[in-house]
Design a protein around this ligand. Structure first.
Ligand code: GLP
Length: 248
């Protein structure tokens, strides 16, 4: 596990984008695992800039998103489908046929989850998985207590996550209570992980993830067992770390 601490959010966004762009240049048909939430927004913005100014080519890139709310139509402004189109896909030359986002409106969620796992395998697995982290240590929507070997499935969101995500909705009661999420086991099969965090609100989760014991209570701690994981954090998110890690 490589812990990289940069001063600001802008710096981690640029650094994260460098990793993604490097992979796309080296393997134009790479498979990217994408995250939503506010943390990767700066990285996506930088990738869009690289596409527009430097010709970074997304035409063969394949993507799989980590998660989606259940029962929120793709047209809903807070659905992750909407988020991805608004903040990323519509600004780059990505082929819509290569994009995969869990279908929260599916009639048969269990069957959909199997299909999603099979599809990832069909493409040879995820080359690089971008991850954010919840304040309670969740990754994707794998809430505390999630099995560390779990696969794509439906999860009930904790009250804390619903509260955290309420800022995006008009009322807290509008936040969906369920989501489809890649499992911890699914995420761990990605060839490379890039976990990003910014701000003091993530400092405790990052401390547990990097320096705490591996446990289902903090699903993110599993990244310690990955053979190629980068933890890219700004100084505030790193403020509770005790170890000595490379600075900016
Ligand atoms: C949601 C997403 C996660 C994300 C987390 C943190 O719960 N399902 O994938 O990592 O929010 O979001 P933010 O980056 O906005 O703090």
């Amino acid at each position: 596990m490589l812990v990289v601490i940069k001063k600001t959010y802008e710096e981690i966004s640029k650094e994260g984008a460098k990793h993604v762009a490097g992979l796309i240049r080296q393997k134009p048909d790479c498979v990217l695992g994408l995250a939503t939430g506010s943390t990767p927004l700066g990285l996506y913005k930088e990738l869009i800039r690289m596409h527009q100014k430097e010709g970074l080519d997304f035409s063969k890139v394949v993507t799989f998103n980590l998660d989606e709310y259940v029962n929120l139509p793709p047209s809903h402004e807070q659905s992750y489908h909407y988020f991805m189109w608004k903040n990323r896909f519509k600004h780059v030359n990505i082929d819509a046929r290569n994009l995969h986002i869990p279908m929260g409106m599916s009639d048969d969620i269990e069957q959909f989850c199997h299909w999603y796992e099979e599809k990832i395998a069909e493409y040879g697995g995820i080359d690089l998985q971008i991850l954010g982290i919840g304040a309670n240590g969740h990754i994707a929507f794998n809430e505390p207590g999630s099995s560390l070997g779990s696969r794509t499935r439906i999860k009930t969101l904790t009250e804390e996550t619903c509260r955290d995500n309420a800022r995006f909705f008009q009322n807290e009661k509008d936040v969906p209570k369920y989501a489809i999420t890649m499992g911890v086991g699914t995420i761990m099969e990605a060839k490379k992980l890039l976990l990003m965090a910014s701000g003091v609100g993530k400092a405790e989760a990052i401390r547990a993830t990097v320096e705490g014991p591996v446990m289902a209570k903090y699903p993110a701690t599993i990244v310690q067992l990955h053979q190629f994981a980068i933890i890219l954090v700004d100084q505030e998110a790193a403020s509770k770390l005790e170890g000595d890690y490379p600075g900016s």
